[in-house]
Design a protein around this ligand. Structure first.
Ligand SMILES: Nc1ncnc2c1ncn2[C@@H]1O[C@H](COP(=O)(O)OP(=O)(O)OP(=O)(O)O)[C@@H](O)[C@H]1O
Ligand SMILES: [Mg+2]
Length: 324
């Protein structure tokens, strides 16, 4: 059994800008990513960088334009078999638990729905499994016959998580799972996710804007900029020694735990807005906003190069390609 649960190779997801035109919006444009069994990998980057599109493509809600998705040793395509495998083994949790639950359905029925669809167990066995799942996510198993409106936002996200793990998936894509929740309950949900990961051996792709959350949550991090990975590495390494100027800028906005260090740290303010993925800059996509860009950066796109064990960056200046 390979250690890699998920391998993504040169994945591209392009959208036609308007029906009938040939111009493309390159939401994801050549991403390689691996997730090992039991590992949590965070995907970070500004709004519009392609995080949700990548997540949706992994779960099969979005068709890739080109590239490969290899899951558990098999390439996932658009055939029935791949769809069935995905439904069992890969689940997604979105940020808004309110729209994720049918308001007219008892929460127990919502949680049991994937089991019923897959014909798992009898009615009684499914009810038992629902009770078990409710307990697992920290809710009262006797509340299975209540409607979603009886629960708080945090409790509803627990219900959504219970449904996501009902079929014992191997990978959960968590798309901003706590962003819609009150700040005071975010850490409870994050702790629940960490606890479930330990107990069930789950792997996570954790999509988040919030780098201070990522620091505590993820084993590894991938920084996305306009559909490409700018830097990737172990979370502790990337946070303590970022290599790419974009990672540096993102991290400079994250408050440091040590107040003394916080007072002396420099915030890097990026010039200009994120360019449109419909019309990305030539060369390095970050070159139009990069404080250290040189002519080569505006001409040639950099590829990811190793900088330290397990850490790679796509930057001509900080991580030059070695030509042998
Ligand atoms: N179905 C679609 N059709 C056309 N364009 C799309 C579609 N889905 C996403 N896009 C575009 O692809 C780009 C990436 O969007 P995506 O939602 O993946 O970004 P994101 O990183 O998740 O952003 P956010 O942090 O705001 O959630 C955006 O420019 C978006 O407008
Ligand atoms: Mg998104």
């Amino acid at each position: 059994m390979s250690e890699n649960l998920l391998s993504i190779r040169d994945l591209k997801v392009h959208f036609p800008i308007r029906q009938g035109t040939s111009r493309l919006l390159k939401a994801v444009d050549g991403v390689d990513l691996e997730i090992q069994r039991g590992e949590s990998v965070a995907l970070v980057g500004e709004s519009g960088s392609g995080k949700s599109t990548l997540g949706a493509t992994i779960v099969g809600m979005q068709k890739p334009t080109t590239g490969q998705i290899i899951f558990d040793g098999n390439e996932l395509g658009n055939d029935k078999e791949s769809a069935a495998k995905r439904m069992r083994d890969i689940q997604i949790v979105f940020q808004d638990p309110v729209s994720a639950l049918n308001p007219r359905m008892d929460i127990g029925d919502s949680i049991a729905e994937p089991l019923a669809i897959h014909g798992v167990g009898s009615r009684v066995q499914r009810a038992q499994r629902v009770a078990e799942l409710l307990e697992l996510v920290g809710l009262n198993p006797q509340h299975a016959d209540r409607k979603p409106s009886m629960f708080s936002g945090g409790q509803r996200q627990r219900i959504v998580i219970a449904r996501a793990i009902a079929l014992q998936p191997k990978l959960l894509v968590l798309d901003e799972p706590v962003s819609a929740l009150d700040v005071s309950i975010r850490s409870q949900i994050l702790n629940l996710l960490l606890e479930l990961q330990q107990r069930l051996g789950l792997s996570y792709l954790f999509i988040s804007h919030d780098l201070s959350v990522v620091r505590h949550f993820a084993d590894r991090v991938a920084v996305l900029y306009l559909g490409r990975i700018a830097e990737t590495g172990r979370t502790a390494d990337v946070f303590s020694r970022p290599v790419h100027p974009y990672t540096e800028a993102l991290l400079s906005a994250v408050p440091l735990p040590d107040p003394k260090a916080q007072r002396t740290r420099q915030r890097i303010i990026l010039q200009g807005d994120l360019p449109s993925p419909a019309n990305p800059p030539a060369g390095c996509r970050f070159s139009t906003r990069c404080p250290i860009a040189e002519p080569i950066c505006r001409e040639t796109p950099p590829s990811l190069q190793p900088v330290r064990p397990m850490q790679q960056a796509a930057c001509h200046l900080r991580a030059p390609a070695v030509h042998i």
